[in-house]
Design a protein around this ligand. Structure first.
Ligand code: NDP
Length: 260
């Protein structure tokens, strides 16, 4: 019997699901047959995502800010009301700001921790009870290669993403016997707004043109190209499927061999 024969439609919640990697993950989960709640702060972006998937009838939008535990609790309750208990949680919402360490003030450091690490904490706490009741759950944290190795000029982001990998490992052990797996997916530079902002930043600070800035970012990937959001989404979909039931506590790099 193949993994596809074991398919069960579930309620998946994807934070930051309105654009970039989150939108690709949501699209893959919807196409697989799941009911998907996409969350984020910008309702217009989320509604556009719902319209795009209106034909499926399996996509709803809920506005929430992952840095705010009350907003997360309200958002999760709203999501459940329509689509039932949350069985799959993809902690994808994130931001990447760069600065030399001595120009990384406390506010920047805290902003990076708040969205990239505390956001994962708040959302996981709010969704876990559903998974424990159902004795089944999949938590996939979108970390980064910056969660596995260091990079210059992104100390705050690196610290937050290393934290996400640590949290992933601890929770994987704590809930392994409850039918819940917790894994991280660690993309390299991926073609989204984060990269578009990084390119603009390089152009502004170095005077290089856009093509040079993009190839500078792609250079770190042995395949000499940026990762696509769909490639990241494929890994997430696999981790949520029956065939990955024994994959737990892993941090899977989707980066063309940049880290190994
Ligand atoms: P985008 O900037 O395209 O999307 C980020 C998403 O996160 C948006 O949907 C945004 O929605 C949401 N978000 C940001 N802040 C908050 C918040 N406080 N509360 C709720 N939602 C929030 O980025 P990517 O798709 O590239 O990034 C997705 C994840 O992948 C991030 O965790 C990022 O760190 C990680 N990653 C990205 C890489 C890349 O090169 N692109 C490489 C490695 C990892 P809204 O603005 O509406 O709130």
């Amino acid at each position: 019997m193949s993994a596809a024969d074991n398919f069960v439609a579930r309620h998946a919640l994807v934070t930051g699901g309105g654009r970039g990697i989150g939108a690709a993950v949501a699209a893959a989960l919807i196409a697989a047959g799941h009911r998907v709640t996409v969350t984020g702060r910008d309702s217009q972006t989320l509604q556009a995502m719902v319209r795009q998937h209106a034909a499926s009838g399996r996509c709803q939008a809920v506005a929430m800010d992952v840095t705010d535990s009350e907003s997360v609790a309200r958002g999760m309750a709203q999501a459940r009301a329509a689509f039932g208990p949350i069985a799959i949680l993809v902690n994808n919402a994130g931001q990447a700001e760069s600065a030399p360490f001595l120009k990384t003030d406390a506010e920047l450091f805290e902003r990076m921790l708040a969205v990239n690490l505390h956001g994962v904490f708040h959302c996981t706490q709010a969704a876990l009870a559903d998974m424990l009741v159902g004795s089944w759950g999949r938590i996939v944290n979108i970390a980064s290669t910056a969660g596995l190795v260091g990079y210059a000029y992104v100390a705050a982001y690196c610290a937050a993403k290393h934290g996400v990998v640590g949290l992933t490992r601890a929770l994987a052990l704590e809930y392994a016997s409850k039918g819940i797996t917790v894994n991280a997916v660690c993309p390299g530079y991926t073609e989204t707004d984060i990269v578009r902002k990084a390119v603009a930043n390089i152009v502004a600070k170095t005077g290089r043109d856009e093509a040079q800035a993009r190839s500078e970012l792609a250079k770190g990937n042995p395949m000499q190209r940026l990762v696509t959001p769909e490639e990241v989404a494929d890994s997430v979909l696999w981790l949520c499927g029956a065939g990955a039931a024994s994959i737990n506590g892993q941090s899977i790099a989707v980066a063309g061999g940049e880290v190994m």
